[in-house]
Ligand binder design. Sequence first.
Ligand code: C2E
Ligand code: CA
Ligand code: CA
Length: 689
Amino acid sequence: MKKAQALNIYIGSVTFAGACLLIVHLAQFHWGSKGLAELALLTLFTVLAELTPLQIRHGEEATHVILSITFSFAVLLSLGALAAILAQGLASAVDDARRGKPLWKIGFNIGQHILWISAASGVLRLFAGTFSLSIPVHLSVEGLGVIALAGLAYFVVNYVSIATAVALSEEIGIVTHFRRSGKDLLFQGSIDTLLIALAPIVAVATSNSLLLLPLIALPLAAVHKAAKVSLENAGLVETLKVKAEENAYQATHDSLTGLPNRTLFHDRLQQAVLGVARSGAAVAVMLMDLDRFKEINDALGHQTGDLVLQEMSHRLSGIVREGDTIARLGGDEFALVVTSLDDVSAVQVVANRILHAFDDPFMINGMALHIGASLGIAIHPEQGTSPDVLIQRADVAMYVAKNNRTGYEYYSPDSDYHSPARLALVDELRAAINERALTLHYQPKVDFGTEGAVGVEALARWDHPRRGAISPVEFIELAEQSGLINPLTFYVLDRALEQMKNWLAKGLDLTVSVNLSLQSLLDLQLPAMVEDMLKKWEVPPAHLILEITESCMMSDPTRTMAILNTLNDMGVRLSIDDFGTGYSSLSYLKRLPVSELKIDKSFVMDMLADESNAVIVRSTIDLGKNLGLRVVAEGVASDAIYSTLVQLGCSLAQGFHISRPIPADEIETWLKTSHWGESSKPAPLALVR
Ligand code: C2E
Ligand code: CA
Ligand code: CA
């Protein structure tokens, strides 16, 4: 037999049984002394209760509780089965009709009600003679027990009939349905117990005085209200929950890229480290920093920078495996946790894949931006076991990769600023500055036109007592990282101006160039300090040139512009060093009070072998001319380069072909002996504005 057929037969049977029972009840009916008003009022309440179900929360969802049972059961107790059928049947029919249910369904529902009313009334009748059940006055304790039993009969019949219908319509076995709805059974049972328990109270009250019925309705209305409020609160709680989840997301993710942030990264790393402790596999922490991102941001605007970061995170997300985490720690710094590495060489594969993600230029607003990145790698457990140490060591490695332009580097204690060896070196550098143990070498700059030396660049030298000469690239970086760069700059300025005073006294009309680091350029004390120093050594400001790099100026354009203007107003000349290696906006360049551009030596040294470098050199010379700037070519290492630059119209040359950086006394000898020195003539360098 088909299930649908079974359902139809079931519905028919219930309706039919209801009709038969109704006939039985009608046959047994005798009105007696029962009040019509009582019936009318209770029926009215039954209908009203049926029409206004109570909405309550059951687990995750809202459900309906229909209170009509309290009143129809009360009718059953005080007026008998037929009256109860009338009240409950009418209520059910009105509600069903209101909902537009078909006739057969209305009939079935009434049939169901007749079934339970008959069952409950059967129980009541069975014991009516034995226990006093006469309402209102003689309701005994046993009588209440019988009422409870009648309530149970209601519950069983009602539940079984509904469950059967549901099981048949959902085409599952009745047993399966009962098993599934076990929890509901308990819930429904507890609700029905409460509703039935109220029935005798209603019955007793109404048979005493009809006026009491509205009094009972009042607390029920209050229950209605409370349920509504609680449901609304539940809704509010739901909203708050969603809000809290949103907040939690925001607290752990970067809003620009949607990637996990530093907090979440730390958590994930912690988990990975704990996981490894169990599995024994390796974990790699990678820190990545975009090369020259700040300059792009400053030159092309933050919006462009944001687009780069978004595109960037998109590319990176496509690379990492599931289970690995990629996070944005802030700015242009990204971090990765790479887990479940079978062997450490797999890290290299990942690192290369990441760097390859930068091969294609970033197409932003029609511009093709070539951006590189530097990666620092620290491996757990070899290079640290706690997340903090691993992150810090990956950071150290990243700086090494950035400085050496190697793409990626593994952590090594030698380059670790925090390592004992490096800390000792910082102490030694501090001592060398304080004890004036650093020396200066000077490298001449010659004029292409007159072939005479016009100035020198002061370059710091550190002859370490044990390690020998340490490259300025290395100790300048060390000074920048350890807060020693300002003392170092002041020291170099002091020595260079002292030397300049000396040369001026000897009638050598030169300029001296001193290099400034970013931090010096951000130091608001710098102009006053330079002024004091010029006074101290009685050197006219026009004999001092300060060299700054493009990236220095672009890191905080407003602040550096103010400082540069003050210096220019004092009469000190400014020069842009390593030109071509950074991004600077042309409009910014035009407004800068600089007098000189120095083409980076990497382009000059390679210009004969590499056409693209030659193009850069040529266009920088043109750019300088157009902006009214003197152009210096650094790295003039051969006569061939020198001759080419003469033809291109470059202003000054500096490089090993002319002279290496040499001590001050050797400069004096060089000026007297070399052919550059013989024709030495001061070339005036105009102040800006
Ligand atoms: P820089 O300012 O670009 O200085 C020019 C560097 O290029 C010098 O290296 C110089 O020796 C080198 N050079 C010049 N001509 C040639 C050439 O024809 N071929 C080759 N291969 N190299 C040439 P040095 O003295 O090693 O200085 C390196 C860097 O250290 C400087 O680059 C500068 O950035 C920094 N530095 C040196 N002294 C100071 C200082 O007192 N303060 C600051 N802030 N930085 C300094
Ligand atoms: Ca320089
Ligand atoms: Ca340079």
